[in-house]
Design a protein around this ligand. Structure first.
Ligand code: CU
Length: 474
């Protein structure tokens, strides 16, 4: 991958660029240019082809790769890999498109469209070089087609309804089959009436492991996370796919925080986040706390080490995947979330005036005889995680944000957010280790009078409340 490029090759590359330009003007001269004396266009072109194309379509398939032997399966928070069987050297999957009564959170369900009983969280997993045969059964009331997003494949397997194949009509089962000539974090989704069908949940990830991974591709923890957005109005039972810009449910693998399963790692583990975004209308800048990651791959290909760059926020555009890798070297409970502040809210309504700074006075007392449950909202900002407890909620809704955290206070985020839990020792990756126990003296707590005096900080009011005891908070 990191073969040094010689001065001659650079010169040859430049020359071939010129030759390529000339070829555009002079079609049919390609063979002549390739054999022109002194030109290294042939070898440069080969290098391009290796990384810019899938190569020959009629490649001979390799034996099917097996989990634990040929690859380490990805971890799918709140989801599962689609089972497969092997028949005659081909890996056979059966994907079932169907309606799913899906729980975004304990308090919010909707009738969505998904695959094999899950929404956004059924992952196909395979190995570079093998041949896959994927039966898609349509149990929906409408026709569909399934597109394999980012794949090198024969045109007729591309899954664009009406363009590359007839629709998969209700009740029908269609067969897709091709040989995987690539590896990477890829996706699949409905490609017929996309706005409706993808908006109803017909999206998923398709992870293709490398046949011969390079040493730097090895990780201890390998997570698949698919981002999406929904419009579910309070009290309704189905996503509204007609709304363009009012997404009010932002999900990772079909769940909102606090129902997103945490990502669990041991201190020192190398972690890969395979993040895909098949939202309707939103790009998501995914942000990690306490660590820096490197962007090591896109849905196109692995990025060479020399070209990877460090980030704490990676923009995952609609239709893109990014592999983000880091060493989980900092024990703790770290937030991993979309940095769009409206994307870490649940069922946020946007048709409100800004009431921050307003003095509600006796408003509640005056309105309550008319509306017994009335509560003025917004004058202290939207930090009202406790609202769900103090206010009756409409049927089938969730609190806009919040979950009681380790200190008793609410974590004022919901939506596209999860936790990275890094621990020095873990009984198992499959068991939530609970809240992080901070070593003494490592939590930001209310300053004591002695500390304030020591550093000459004049505040006065801080003395009114003694610093609380946070020594035990599990
Ligand atoms: Cu976002």
């Amino acid at each position: 991958m990191s073969k040094k490029i010689s001065r001659r090759e650079i010169l040859g590359f430049a020359a071939s660029g010129l030759a390529g330009g000339a070829l555009l003007l002079n079609r049919g001269g390609e063979a002549q240019a390739q054999t022109a004396p002194g030109s290294s266009r042939g070898s440069v072109r080969q290098r391009w082809e290796k990384s810019y194309s899938g190569g020959r379509l009629d490649v001979k398939p390799m034996p099917p790769g097996l989990p634990g032997k040929d690859y380490r399966p990805v971890t799918i928070p709140n989801g599962a890999a689609l089972p497969f069987k092997i028949n005659g050297g081909v890996k056979v999957f059966h994907l079932i498109a169907e309606e799913v009564d899906h729980a975004f959170d304990a308090g919010l369900r909707a009738k969505c469209w998904g695959f094999n009983g899950r929404v956004n969280a059924t992952v196909l997993e395979a190995v570079e070089g093998e041949r896959v045969r994927i039966y898609v059964t349509n149990r929906l009331p409408v026709a569909t087609a399934i597109h394999w997003h980012g794949f090198y494949l024969p045109n007729g397997m591309d899954g664009v309804g009406g363009l590359t194949q007839p629709y998969i009509k209700p009740g029908e089962t269609v067969k897709y089959e091709w040989t995987l000539r690539q590896h990477g974090t890829l996706m699949y989704h409905a490609h017929h009436d996309e706005m409706t069908q993808m908006g109803m949940g017909m999206i998923g990830m398709f992870v293709v492991h490398p046949r011969n991974p390079a040493p730097e591709q090895f990780v201890e923890r390998d997570f698949a996370l698919l981002l999406s957005e929904w419009v579910i109005e309070a009290g309704t039972a189905r996503p509204n796919t007609l709304k363009m810009n009012d997404a009010n449910i932002l999900t990772i693998n079909g769940k909102v925080f606090p129902s997103t399963a945490p990502l669990i790692a041991r201190t020192g583990d190398k972690v890969r986040l395979r993040v895909g975004n098949l939202s309707a209308m939103s790009h998501h800048p995914l942000h990690i706390h306490g660590h820096h990651f490197r962007i090591t791959a896109t849905d196109g290909e692995a990025i060479p080490l020399s070209a990877q760059w460090p980030e704490t926020t990676a923009l995952i555009g609609v239709g893109q995947t990014r592999d983000l890798e880091f060493i989980a070297d900092a024990p703790g409970d770290w937030a991993l979330h979309c940095h769009m502040t409206h994307h870490v809210m649940n069922q946020m309504g946007h048709q409100f005036p800004n009431l921050v700074g307003m003095k509600p006075g006796g408003l509640e007392e005056r309105v309550r005889p008319l509306l017994p449950a009335y509560m003025t909202m917004g004058h202290e900002g939207m930090d009202m995680g406790r609202m769900a407890e103090v206010m009756p909620m409409p049927k089938n809704t969730i609190s806009m944000k919040g979950k009681a955290g380790p200190f008793g206070d609410y974590i004022s985020m919901g939506g596209m957010m999860t936790l990275l839990k890094v621990r020095d020792s873990l009984p198992s990756y499959d068991q939530d280790p609970g809240w992080y126990q901070h070593p003494a003296g490592t939590v930001a707590l209310k300053a004591s009078d002695a500390e304030l005096r020591r550093d000459g900080i004049e505040v006065g009011a801080n003395a009114a409340n003694p610093a609380p005891d946070h020594s035990s908070h599990r």
